[in-house]
Structure formats: structure tokens, C-alpha cells
Design a protein around this ligand. Structure first.
Ligand SMILES: [Zn+2]
Length: 227
């Protein structure tokens, strides 16, 4: 049951920053986007090499595209502390892997939003990039990598699938012609009324040939129970 009481307005929870190990410390509303200043909640100030306490050595800002809130791009400016170990001189930064993958330009929420926007809501990569206030290549690379990571890490993703949908996207317009990606979606939960459609696979190429090749790679028992 949904809790019907109201709490105090809380930007950290509203923007789901608590899930990322972050806390909002400020906001800046610009005409075309909102910027949220954040800090990392875990102080992470013990040396990873020798366990001695570290002393602060300034901060760096990590910029992350976050999920758009109210259709407005939301960018995070995360202040990350640097430390130096008093004992062994090791230097490190606060761990931000809960907020984003190493070197990523999108927060984990932003990345999930991008993938769903593209696969479920059929937004173009250009529109996804615009909504996140990042470059086209940034959105494209992030979504492709995340799509593969999610799929490769789930060997049971084909279990209990009875209804699939195939969807062709123009992935990229190039001078030599358009590039296509065929997205294969599990429609079983939608049809059974148990949940939303989910991403099964992404293959390069146009839907008919790509799907034929993809299906040939599945085993016979799986093909028999799916249609
Ligand atoms: Zn140390």
C-alpha cells in the first residue's frame, strides 16, 4: 500500500540521488536545464593500501548527465574529495561507482533512462542525447554498452519467453547510408499483464534478416515454445 503521508520536500530523494550514494547540496536552474550540485555521502577517507587515515587534498568536479526531471535535462555536478595518506603517501578520490560506472558521463539513473527511452519509448538517439544534455556519441556509446552489459550478465533472459516483438531502429545516418539496429523485446509480461516489456537483445542490421539470424542462434526447444 502506498504511504499517503507527506514528507518535507527533499531534492535528494526527489531526484533519486540517494540511490546513487549522493546528496544534493545546491541547485541552479538554467533556461534549458537544471544543474544539481552534489556531494558523495560516504567520506571514504581511509587509505586503501595501508588503512591509515587520509588528509583532504582538494576536490574535483565530476559532471554526469542524469535522468531528465519534468522533461528538463538534469546535470549533476558531483564534488569528489581527494585524499593523501599520511603514512604511505597513496593518493585517491572518493569512490563514485555507486553514482556512475568508471569514466562514464551518465549517472546510473541517466543511463537506465536512456536505455528505456530508446528501446521502450522509441525515442531517437538524438532525442535521448538532447534530453540528457550530452553529445550524440556519448548517448549512443553509453546505451549500446549498457544494452550489451545487461544482456550478457543475464544468461536466463530467454527463459519463459513466449511472445517476442522485433523493432527496427535507424541507429545512425551516415554518408554511406543508414545503419540499423534491430531490437528484440520480450512481450510476455505485457501480454500476461505482469509487467512492462523488456529488452532481450540488440543486433546490428535490418529487422528481417537480423531476426532470422538471431533466431537461428537460439536452440530448437526455445523456438518451439515461442512464436
Ligand atoms: Zn596508506
Amino acid at each position: 500500500m502506498v504511504d499517503a503521508t507527506f514528507n518535507d520536500p527533499d531534492l535528494t530523494r526527489f531526484a533519486r540521488l540517494d540511490e546513487l550514494g549522493l546528496e544534493a547540496t545546491g541547485q541552479r536552474i538554467e533556461p534549458r536545464r537544471a544543474v544539481l550540485a552534489c556531494r558523495v555521502v560516504e567520506s571514504d577517507d581511509w587509505c586503501r593500501r595501508c588503512g591509515a587515515p587520509g588528509s583532504p587534498r582538494g576536490t574535483v568536479i565530476r559532471r554526469l548527465g542524469h535522468e531528465p526531471l519534468g522533461w528538463r535535462p538534469t546535470t549533476l555536478h558531483v564534488t569528489v574529495r581527494r585524499y593523501r595518506c599520511a603514512e604511505c603517501a597513496h593518493v585517491w578520490r572518493q569512490d563514485t561507482t555507486k553514482a556512475a560506472q568508471p569514466r562514464a558521463k551518465l549517472s546510473r539513473r541517466g543511463l537506465r533512462w536512456a536505455l528505456e527511452a530508446l528501446v521502450i519509448q522509441h525515442l531517437t538517439v538524438a532525442r535521448v542525447a538532447e534530453s540528457l544534455a550530452v553529445r550524440w556519441n556519448t548517448a549512443n556509446d553509453a546505451v549500446l554498452a549498457e544494452g550489451r552489459r545487461l544482456l550478457i550478465n543475464d544468461p536466463h533472459r530467454f527463459d519463459n519467453v513466449t511472445t517476442i516483438g522485433v523493432d527496427e531502429h535507424v541507429w545512425r545516418h551516415t554518408r554511406g547510408g543508414d545503419k540499423y539496429v534491430t531490437v528484440i523485446i520480450d512481450l510476455t509480461p505485457l501480454r500476461a499483464g505482469t509487467g512492462p516489456a523488456r529488452l532481450l537483445d540488440m543486433v546490428e542490421g535490418r529487422s528481417k534478416q537480423a531476426f532470422k539470424t538471431w533466431l537461428a542462434d537460439r536452440d530448437q526447444s526455445w523456438r518451439d515454445k515461442s512464436k
